[in-house]
Design a protein. Structure first.
Lengths: 321, 235
């Protein structure tokens, strides 16, 4: 076989595979065995023309078709991920959390310690609240949870509920995503986000107890807090894990450590997003239903907390790996 | 890391990524640098800008519902615009316009998880402003990977659009001297690409062939094309 014959044959093979690829792209069907055979043949043509260096054009052209064939043949089932959403959330998610227990516990401490510190400090000396929160924040918080306020006398319009739902999604899930990503900055971004949220929560709770609004504040936060506060800690945990991968990659390159940690965090990211969607829904449509009374909302909140903690500790254990 | 004498590698002359497939053939991918990617991003920014305006107008018409729907739309555009396109075809409209696509490091199409990761980490790539971290990571990595690509294990590569060029229509003739394989390949490559050059450029390059060819530089160029046909098998 001389070069001219080979070129002709290789181009015919390339065109045959291109026809298959075009057909598949338009949603047509191609006999799988015939496709695989054509693809292997093309690979052989590519390999021979690389080895014998038959013209840069021919090699590039065969390479381009082989790339597309490779993509077609080794397509992963990413489009079917949605079918497995339940398995992902019910099994992979809690398992990934427990597997990453070091970073998750570190995140819990980084969130709880500043929260407790702020809470205790402000409970002991109420005037210190100005050191933790801006005066405008304090004022708007007081107005929002003032039991004598007139907005506790009537129900919120449903349009407002949906606006708040949209806002919670845009704001809270965005923050969780950023917390994960900024973990790459040696974990500093994630640690800051955790500590900041802890301080705001702790000082808000302490101040509202001090001014006598505990009865409106706690029934409001207990329900969606079960999902939202835990999801904040989880996002912080994924960020800290990324930061740790950069700081101490172990036996692999930093790039590989980052990639591995990020992939291991994926189930947590999916689960955390689902939890924040649930939290946004509760916060917009449930937590603000003060007409339900405190007792009901405390009871539902307690059940939610028990479910979330039980899920994190026990979820996905039955199906053996 | 110290390398033994056998493991020394020559510095790469290009940025091509070689990936061996299970069929035993080596596929070559060409990663795209910061400039085409920035251009693709600008196009996507414009597309998203239009989408925002449309969403805002629809939101206005919906009235009370509009704020909530608008915020959810803004959230989706901000985080999932690239993901939706990348998972479907490996490229956003901007990347399509620039002839780029996203692939996994092993050449497979990008998965939902990988696409999500590279677009979440985009937030850090953008920091402190104008994709500075992403740019540093891009030029520091051997395969033009921004931080998001490192986290997701993805590459942005050129979508090859090539065709095989025919050799020029001249009569084949055997070379005057025995040629090595490298010399033969150089002559065929010259003939393949000659049609895209000016007459002067062809002559200029042919002038370097010395004793392999005869005559004026123009004649040398024609003679080389003849050799190429002969080498390719037209005898």
């Amino acid at each position: 076989v001389n070069e001219r014959h080979f070129r002709g044959a290789a181009q015919a093979d390339g065109k045959a595979l291109e026809r298959d690829l075009a057909l598949l792209k338009d949603g047509g069907e191609v006999d799988a065995l015939a496709f695989a055979a054509r693809y292997r043949r093309l690979c052989q043509r590519l390999s021979v023309s690389q080895k014998r260096r038959y013209g840069a054009d021919l090699v590039l052209w065969l390479n381009a078709i082989a790339q597309r064939g490779h993509v077609q043949l080794y397509r992963r089932a990413s489009r079917h991920v949605l079918h497995d959403v339940v398995a992902m959330l019910a099994v992979s998610f809690p398992r990934a959390l427990r597997k990453a227990y070091r970073s998750q516990l570190a995140a819990l401490v980084l969130f709880l310690a500043p929260a407790l510190f702020a809470f205790v400090t402000i409970r002991l000396s109420p005037s210190l609240v100005d050191h933790f929160l801006a005066p405008e924040e304090v004022a708007s918080m007081e107005a929002m949870y003032d039991p004598a306020s007139e907005h506790f006398l009537r129900e919120r319009a449903s349009g407002d509920d949906i606006s708040m739902f949209g806002f919670y999604i845009y704001n809270n899930i965005g923050i969780a995503f950023r917390t994960f990503a900024t973990g790459l900055l040696l974990g500093v971004g994630a640690a800051f986000s955790l500590a900041y949220n802890g301080i705001v929560l702790g000082s808000a709770a302490a101040h509202l107890v001090n001014v006598g609004s505990a009865g409106t504040f706690f029934p409001f936060v207990i329900g969606h807090g079960a999902l939202e506060l835990t999801a904040i800690v989880m996002s912080g945990g994924t960020g800290l894990a990324l930061g740790f991968a950069v700081l101490a990659p172990g036996g692999t390159s930093r790039a590989e450590a980052i990639g591995r940690t990020a992939r291991a965090s994926l189930p947590i990211l999916y689960g955390m997003t689902a939890m924040l969607l649930g939290a946004a829904f509760l916060e917009a449509f449930w937590s603000s239903r003060h007409s339900l009374g405190s007792a009901t909302r405390y009871a539902v909140g307690a059940v939610l907390w028990a479910l979330v903690l039980g899920f994190v500790l026990l979820g996905g254990r039955r199906r053996a790996a | 890391v110290s390398r033994g004498p056998g493991s020394e590698r020559a510095a790469p002359v290009d940025t091509a990524v070689h990936q061996e497939t299970p069929e035993g053939v080596e596929l070559t991918f060409t990663p795209a640098g910061p400039v085409p990617r920035a251009l693709a991003w600008s196009i996507d920014l414009a597309v998203r800008g239009v989408a925002y305006v449309v969403a805002a107008i629809v939101g206005q018409m919906l009235g009370g519902l509009g704020t909530g729907v608008g915020l959810i739309a803004a959230f989706l555009f901000e985080w999932f615009y690239p993901v939706v396109f990348e998972v479907r075809s490996g490229r956003t409209p901007g990347k399509r316009a620039l002839g780029l696509r996203v692939i996994e490091q092993d050449g497979a199409p990008v998965t939902l998880g990988a696409s999500l990761l590279r677009n979440l980490v985009r937030f850090v790539d953008f920091m402190p402003a104008g994709y500075l971290f992403g740019l540093i990571s891009c030029v520091a990595s051997t395969r033009f990977q921004r931080l998001g690509d490192l986290a997701a294990g993805t590459l942005v590569v050129y979508t090859e659009r090539v065709s095989v060029r025919a050799l020029p229509e001249v009569s084949p003739r055997p070379p005057l001297v025995a040629l090595t394989l490298d010399e033969q390949r150089a002559i065929v490559a010259f003939a393949e690409r000659a049609a895209g050059w000016s007459q002067e450029r062809r002559a200029e390059l042919a002038a370097h062939t010395g004793a392999c060819t005869r005559g004026s530089d123009d004649e040398r160029a024609t003679e080389l094309a003849g050799y190429a046909r002969w080498i390719a098998g037209d005898r």
